[in-house]
Design a protein around this ligand. Structure first.
Ligand code: HPA
Length: 246
């Protein structure tokens, strides 16, 4: 099967608007079950596969996502190019609610997740180069596509991946800022590293839902506001991807 693009939808993106003539694929992987069936259909004249990272009714929290099964399933169905759409908190001043960012670096603060396909004893150990965690050419295409669609995106930024599902303390975010993180999210890793192990082209479209703890004016982060901002930013995603597929 030819798949031109696979999209992993994060919080707020549980199905792909505009995907037509769809078929659903439950994939048995050596790593267990995916978060949801992979839905394959036509979009912008191309074959697109969609997978809801948290399940179609948001039943899978970030630390329980089977990242290995998800990537494995997309690869086994024929996907070679993957865009991960991720809800994030903004740390950098210009990355406030509703900003859309195509990050170029990652710092991984997660723990206890399966971070590699090389897990079974005797399996070949693969030390991937991860200096550039996202595929540079795909990042460029994504940024250009947003430009063509007339949607402002910020090109570059460091994504700090936290364990969740709770949001961070102010001190944690202050430390992440000192470390050089511009964004914080719970699902960017190990997804990006697993994609690299499978030699998938992979880039992240980060949708800013809120200022991270201590970064905005608000004393507390409102979950309702997070979802309202996410809804607005998510609405831009199909147009960016349509331009990407042209
Ligand atoms: N922290 C971590 N993940 C997030 C946030 C946040 O503030 N907002 C949306 N996803």
């Amino acid at each position: 099967m030819t798949i031109d693009l696979a999209v992993i939808g994060g919080s707020g993106l549980y199905s792909f608007p505009g995907l037509e003539n769809t078929t659903r694929h439950g994939v048995d992987t050596p790593f267990g079950k995916t978060s949801a069936d992979v839905v394959i259909g036509d979009f912008a004249g191309k074959r697109v596969a969609f997978l809801a990272r948290h399940g179609e009714s948001h039943g899978v929290p970030p630390h329980r996502v089977n990242y290995r099964a998800n990537l494995w399933a997309l690869h086994s169905l024929g996907a070679r190019t993957v865009i991960g759409v991720n809800a994030v908190g903004g740390i950098r001043d210009d990355m406030g609610p509703r900003a859309i960012v195509v990050p170029d670096q990652v710092i991984d603060y997660t723990h206890g997740r399966y971070t590699s396909f090389c897990d079974a004893e005797g399996a070949e150990v693969k030390h991937i180069d991860f200096s550039e965690p996202y595929t540079a050419a795909l990042r460029r295409q994504l940024v250009d596509a947003a430009g063509q669609a007339g949607i402002a995106v910020i090109d570059g930024g460091c994504y700090g991946a936290t364990q969740g599902p709770r949001l961070e303390t102010r001190a944690e975010i202050a430390r992440m800022k000192r470390d050089g993180c511009d964004l914080v999210g719970m699902t960017g890793m190990p997804e990006a590293a697993l994609a690299r192990e499978l030699e998938l082209a992979y880039a992240c479209l980060a949708l800013v839902a809120n200022f991270a703890a201590g970064c905005g004016d608000e004393a507390e982060i409102s979950i309702d506001e997070i979802f309202a901002h996410l809804k607005a930013a998510t609405a831009e995603v199909p147009r960016i991807l349509e331009a990407l597929l042209k």
